[in-house]
Write a protein that binds this ligand. Structure first.
Ligand code: 5GP
Length: 179
């Protein structure tokens, strides 16, 4: 029997279990370890949504790294607003450094289209994206997601750091909006 949950005014159904999520997090960390072996990579974790993914991912890393946090927002409620607000940005100089952006989910790609180009202008040695989830049908921009967890259909999800109006981030599994 499906366990429907209520988050504020909406109902959600179980979608991706914690066990499946963690398998993909470990696989992605292994790919990152191989790609950056012998180098120092600077992880830029996008808040708030990617904080749990980032925390789980870094605990599988065996390479030199630093952790930075940036807060951008393009979402209000269930839909991407299309405009990006930078609530706090990157304070380090990224010129000639290896930078890896850690994102929870790429939806329209508006956020990363803006942020990726902004970081590219600062001339890093390399710039990649790791995203736990991607919604290919929602993409409006061609976003180069080098390390990719799962492709999902274009429906709103919560849990594992992802919120609905700041609720449900603490759910261990990922839930999808119930019809
Ligand atoms: P984009 O700019 O790609 O349209 O949206 C990216 C951001 O919107 C993500 O970092 C995430 O915070 C939020 N977002 C996109 N899709 C979803 C979703 O299905 N659920 C939740 N909770 N947030 C989402």
């Amino acid at each position: 029997m499906e366990q429907i949950i209520q988050v504020k005014d909406l109902r959600f159904k179980p979608f991706i279990s914690e066990a499946v999520i963690l398998t993909h997090v470990e696989r992605m960390a292994n790919e990152i370890n191989q790609t950056y072996r012998g180098q120092t990579v600077h992880l830029v974790i996008l808040l708030k949504g990617a904080f749990i993914f980032g925390a789980d991912l870094v605990r599988h890393l065996q390479i030199d790294h630093t952790i930075q946090f940036v807060k951008l927002s393009s979402y209000a409620g269930l839909a991407s607003s299309g405009s990006i607000r930078e609530e706090f940005g990157l304070s380090m100089d990224i010129k000639d450094k290896h930078i890896l952006i850690i994102e929870d989910i790429v939806d329209t790609g508006t956020t990363l289209h803006y942020f990726f180009r902004k970081l590219l202008d600062a001339q890093p040695a390399s710039l990649n994206i790791a995203s736990l989830l991607v919604k290919p049908e929602a993409l409006k921009y061609d976003i180069p997601v080098r390390f990719r967890g799962l492709d999902i259909e274009n429906k709103f999800v919560v849990g594992y750091g992802l919120d609905y109006n700041d609720a449900a981030r603490n759910l261990r599994d990922i839930y999808q909006l119930a019809e």
